[in-house]
Design a protein around this ligand. Structure first.
Ligand SMILES: Nc1ncnc2c1ncn2[C@@H]1O[C@H](COP(=O)(O)OP(=O)(O)OP(=O)(O)O)[C@@H](O)[C@H]1O
Ligand code: SF4
Ligand SMILES: [Mg+2]
Length: 404
């Protein structure tokens, strides 16, 4: 049985001091202005829009460092939907907040790693103004030169994040009411997005774009919703509005974190249908975070399975559903909810996740694993390539195990 270890007051103060130092250094670095060459990069594969590479995101607490995202790597290909799945607390939201650089500082920090994003934005002059081509769009707004660049979001100073956040990557949260401003009409808030992202937009062109967006997300009376306040709308309607806001800037990547969890079942189905439909219409990719495997099966092209801050398996939807290899992924599928059970009982694999402050050296799933072999008490398993798209981190598939 694991030995219990209680920290003394002195030990706690010592840890807190060391943590504070590390945390403040990262916080300072985050705000430091630097030349663009220090936060631009090259994609490893040109077919990806996002490449997360050995990302470590930590929370510095008085008890120690919580490695919420612990060496995570995965890609989001262009025009694809990638589902991120795993039980509560495994680091799905912290991964997405790292991409958006929305971590609550100074406690939450990207400690290391890269988040490469293929950006396509207006070409700008030295003052940061977009350079017009001299021609116009159909709605009369001016056209601008575009340029492609690869940014390493993890290294971007905070004063440059506006180049990406809400402009090229937008996010749909679980609870739309927290993201909509209660004192402004939907129209005000949607128009604002257009004003920020479409230089030269007029009141009329912004309204036309807002109504077009509301129409696109299946709102039958866009003019009425345009003039409504958030509290006047139902939950499902508000989530549609949120999706229209996320789309209004023509993002290249949408991150949807449990976009339907707060909605009732019929509305959930409608919103998923809408997202699927939009993905075909829009020219971007979706990172879809959910603990619902059914949603993943319906929506995603690729699946990333996370456990205790790490990716333990990833592959195409087909590979993960037809040939799950990691005992945790196999367990997830066995514990899929049925019509009779509610979603809270989804993850009923017995046992607990190790203490996030004091992770073991060996496989994090070991204490819950029924396939454990001798080797599992040794080093943490490396990522094994099963196919060009399928990877698993488990000693059962080490080469010598397979040969032996
Ligand atoms: N502000 C914070 N301070 C300390 N730890 C945090 C903080 N925010 C998140 N964490 C920790 O980071 C880990 C990952 O949390 P995260 O929110 O990413 O989980 P999740 O996979 O999104 O779970 P859920 O399915 O419940 O949304 C958890 O162990 C959590 O306790
Ligand atoms: S490495 Fe070992 S303990 Fe971990 S999941 Fe694989 S078999 Fe189980
Ligand atoms: Mg979450």
């Amino acid at each position: 049985m694991a030995e219990k270890h209680y920290l003394t007051g002195k030990e706690i103060r010592k840890i807190a001091k060391a943590n504070k130092k590390a945390m403040m250094a990262l916080e300072k670095e985050k705000w430091k202005k630097k030349p663009e060459s220090e936060f631009t990069a090259q994609m490893k594969d040109d077919k990806n829009i996002l490449e997360i590479d050995n990302l470590n995101t930590y929370f510095f607490t008085d008890q120690g460092v919580v490695k919420a995202v612990n060496g995570v790597s995965f890609n989001i290909p262009l025009h694809a939907t990638v589902g991120i799945v795993g039980e509560s607390g495994c680091g799905k939201s912290v991964t997405s907040m790292s991409v958006m650089r929305l971590l609550q500082g100074p406690q939450g920090q990207i400690a290391s790693g890269s988040i490469r994003f293929k950006s396509s934005d207006f070409k700008r002059d030295e003052k940061g103004n977009p350079i017009p081509t001299g021609t116009h769009n159909l709605d009369g707004t001016p056209k601008y030169y575009m340029e492609e660049k690869v940014y390493d979001i993890a290294k971007m100073p905070m004063n440059e994040i506006h180049r990406i956040r809400g402009r090229q990557i937008s996010m749909i949260f679980q609870e739309p009411m927290t993201s909509l401003n209660p004192v402004f009409t939907i129209g005000n808030q949607l128009d604002e997005v257009t004003f920020i992202h479409q230089p030269g937009a007029t009141k009329e062109s912004a309204k036309a774009k807002s109504l077009e967006m509301l129409n696109l997300v299946g709102i039958a009376a866009p003019e009425r919703v345009y003039n409504s306040y958030p509290h006047e709308l139902s939950g499902g309607m508000r989530q549609r509005v949120m999706i229209s806001m996320a789309l209004a800037c023509n993002p290249r990547l949408i991150i949807a974190d449990e976009p339907t969890t707060a909605l009732d079942v019929t509305i959930q189905a409608q919103i998923l249908e809408l997202l699927r439909d939009l993905k075909d219409k829009m020219d971007g990719s979706i990172m879809l975070i959910t603990h619902d495997l059914g949603v993943i099966a319906e929506m995603a092209d690729y699946v990333v399975v996370m456990y205790a801050g790490r990716v333990i398996e990833m592959g195409t939807v087909r590979e993960i559903f037809h040939n799950p290899m990691h005992p945790y992924t196999v367990g997830l599928q066995k514990s899929k909810p049925t019509m009779q059970s509610d979603t809270d009982t989804l993850f009923n694999i017995p046992g607990n996740v190790p203490n996030p402050i004091n992770m073991p050296k060996h496989c994090f799933f070991k204490e819950r694993c029924d396939k454990c072999i001798k080797k599992c008490s040794g080093e943490y398993p490396g990522m094994i390539k099963v196919s060009d798209t399928h990877f698993v981190a488990c000693h059962l598939y080490d080469e010598e195990e397979q040969n032996g």
